[in-house]
Design a protein around this ligand. Structure first.
Ligand code: NAD
Ligand code: UGA
Length: 444
């Protein structure tokens, strides 16, 4: 320990991370992997207990090994209180939620509360890093809440995707750091030197804007893809080939070109609305982004219409099987999931929704104590049980295991052999040969 109480062993720096969620946990483990000494604070008792007993509180490929190695190396430990985490830390990363407020803006109450909590406990001269997704002006807001001239706040937005968070954290496309003090920003950038990723050092406002711009661009790209798939259906073109034709153009690329039931998740929906809110506050008419959001709602509704059509025009009293409840495959996250949105729209039209997801325990929704977002769904223990007696089967999340099921068994248990494949996951020719009626997205 140095005289100021900081641990200065080796080249690694002392880092505190506040919040062990989908961002905080991979970020903390990655920083520890890079040789920094990390203390991760998580106040939610079940998440903390899981971590302390070596279990991962979220589904994320490779995270268990990364965390176990970091703990074994002595570079990562867990505490309950943010105040305990910041003792001796040169850098403090805020990875707390920024959900959507009722007016569409980002709810900064967790960020504000965390800043208040740690403010007077921060080491002199330490740097607070906003890794949570926060709108323009948030670095200044956190600085004001902390109210100390010796503390600098740096924006360092996170771009990882759920499901590939470990890969993305170890191999980021870029590191963005922004502060009104460029030296502080550069110091935060140095923590990630071993990634070899391009480093963009800019001011806080620009850095905060980069994060929202990235998510808004991705959402707009998907809205375009989904709308294009709708057009393909009308003119008889095959959206998959059309998108292949687009993707080979290097300026367009193949990533993020898969049509689906609409985009969702814990970030794209809230971040697009927050950016729209920022634009409105600034008096800027961002009609393109408003259109992308509206178009996403149309896509969800288009999927519902396909199910209604498959069931002969009405869902009243009709059993519908749903495969997949998470917002995409390879995660257990159901926040703002298009699958849930579509499921509840189907239920709203009178359908009885028999749902299966590999990350959901069928007993979870049985009573009022189950997760709120699953209430009203008839959760089933496996995909065949979900399909039993159903007049339509809707594939809503692209879990790979759905491809390899015994479709003759699915056919045998269904009341009518209708498949609506909102992820274009299945082989239309193969299931049609078996006797199913198949509807995909943007293809015949
Ligand atoms: P999350 O809800 O999974 O995790 C946040 C964690 O912070 C929770 O476990 C909560 O208990 C904990 N927490 C809150 N306040 C705390 C405090 N004062 N002390 C200790 N723990 C505290 O959220 P998330 O998905 O990790 O998102 C966090 C932020 O990162 C958001 O701003 C989000 O927009 C952004 N982001 C998320 C992703 C993603 O893929 N989920 C990607 C990039 C950016
Ligand atoms: C997204 C961004 O991709 C990350 O860069 C960002 O860091 C993160 O949000 C965030 O800010 O939280 P994530 O929410 O994990 O990551 O999910 P994505 O992989 O982007 O998927 C978002 C939605 O689009 C999902 O519903 C997914 O199914 C859908 N999607 C994605 C498609 O329908 N088609 C595609 O080709 C890709």
């Amino acid at each position: 320990m140095s005289p100021n109480g900081r641990n200065t062993r080796g080249n690694g720096r002392s880092v505190a991370v506040i919040g062990a969620g989908y961002v905080g946990l991979p970020s903390a483990a990655t920083l520890a992997h890079f040789g920094h000494r990390v203390v991760l604070a998580e106040r939610e008792p079940s998440r903390l207990a899981a971590l302390r007993s070596g279990r991962m509180p979220i589904v994320e490929a490779g995270l268990d090994d990364l965390v176990a190695d970091a703990v074994a190396s002595g570079n990562l430990r867990f505490v309950e209180s943010a105040v305990d985490a910041v003792a001796g830390a040169e850098f403090v990363f805020l990875c707390v939620p920024t959900p959507m407020s009722s007016d569409g803006s980002a709810d900064l109450s967790y960020v504000e509360a965390a800043a208040k909590e740690i403010g007077s406990h921060l080491e002199p001269g330490s740097i607070v890093v906003n890794k949570s997704t926060v709108p323009v002006g948030s670095a200044t807001m956190v600085e004001q809440v902390i109210g100390r001239a010796d503390i600098t706040v740096v924006s360092n937005p996170e771009f990882l995707r759920e499901g590939t968070a470990v890969h993305d954290s170890l191999n980021p496309d870029r590191i963005v750091v922004g502060a009104d003090d460029p030296q502080a920003a550069a110091k935060v950038g140095e923590l990630f030197t071993s990634t070899g990723a391009p480093l963009i050092v800019t001011d806080a406002t620009t850095s905060e804007t980069i994060k929202y711009a990235s998510n808004a661009f991705l959402a707009t790209k998907l809205s375009f893809v989904n709308a294009l798939a709708g057009l393909c259906e009308e003119v008889g073109a095959d959206a998959r080939d059309v998108l292949l034709g687009l993707g080979y153009d290097k300026r367009i690329g193949f990533e993020f070109l898969r049509p689906g039931p609409g985009w969702g998740g814990s970030c794209l929906p809230k971040d697009t609305r927050a950016l729209l809110h920022t634009a409105q506050e600034a008096g800027y008419d961002f009609s393109l982004l408003a259109g992308a959001i509206a178009s996403n709602d149309e896509q969800l509704e288009r999927v519902v219409s396909k199910v209604v059509a498959a069931c002969g025009g009405s869902l009243d009293g009709v059993a519908v099987a749903v495969w997949g409840l998470t917002f995409k495959a390879n995660t257990d996250d159901r926040r703002d999931s298009p699958s849930l949105d579509v499921s509840y729209r189907l239920a709203g039209l009178g359908a009885s929704v028999q749902a299966f997801d590999p990350t959901v325990d069928a007993d979870e929704g049985d009573d009022d104590g189950g997760p709120e977002d699953l209430r009203g769904l008839d959760l089933r223990a496996d995909p065949y049980e979900a399909a039993t007696g159903a007049r339509a089967l809707v594939v809503l999340t692209e879990w790979d295991e759905f491809r390899w099921l015994d479709f003759s068994r699915v056919l045998a248990v269904m009341a009518e052999p209708n498949i609506v494949d909102a992820r274009n996951l299945l082989d239309p020719a193969a299931v049609r040969r078996m006797g199913f009626s198949y509807t995909g997205i943007g293809r015949q």
